[in-house]
Design a protein. Sequence first.
Length: 208
Amino acid sequence: MPDTETKTYIVEHLDPELGPWSELEYLAIARESQAAGAHFCLSSLPAEFQVPEALSAVPAFRAENRGVEELYAADKSRVCLLDPAAAKDLSPEDGDKFDAFLFGGILGDDPPRDRTSELRKKGFEGRRLGPVQMTTDTAVRVTRMVVQGKTPLNEIPYVDFPELKFNEHESTEMPFRYVKDDDGKPIMPEGMVELIRKDADKAIDDLF
Ligand code: SAM
């Protein structure tokens, strides 16, 4: 019998390679899934894909070369696609209806290019997480809070488009919605602020 209690978060890898941003996002998803008693599956990986050691060290994590269509061919109706263009928002009841939650393994872009449409075409039932674009790890975090934590979408504390201040002169605005922590700060994967800062420094260096 399928285990309908344990939730699986699937990120279908859609970018050609695994950049450092995605790596940090996936590691955060893996560790949080582990802590929540859930599974995290990274699907559609190219055969030559090298899974980073830190990721494969998390027991809740599974790497899959097969795509989600093949993995869930027999039980498509149990998979919910988190889709910014879906007509209906995710609700705690969806935790009873679905056991797998599917996300696009795409870095956020501004303005959004709707690459989630690649998954929409496959015919999974879709749910939206509100009108604002989230990073992939935030989308998984919010989904878990709704379907496992039973918190309605509109009761989750968010921070939209936060400004990361690196020093007196340097700051950058993130064009996404994040979950707010107890100190009012956006929850981001470990190491992400440092990476953003390095990328911002590089962009400035490239100007000269
Ligand atoms: N700009 C993107 C696009 O091209 O579709 C959005 C990518 S977002 C960074 C990565 C994934 O997080 C999406 O494929 C979707 O599964 C999920 N996601 C992000 N924000 C969402 C929202 N407001 N509603 C539903 N899903 C969302």
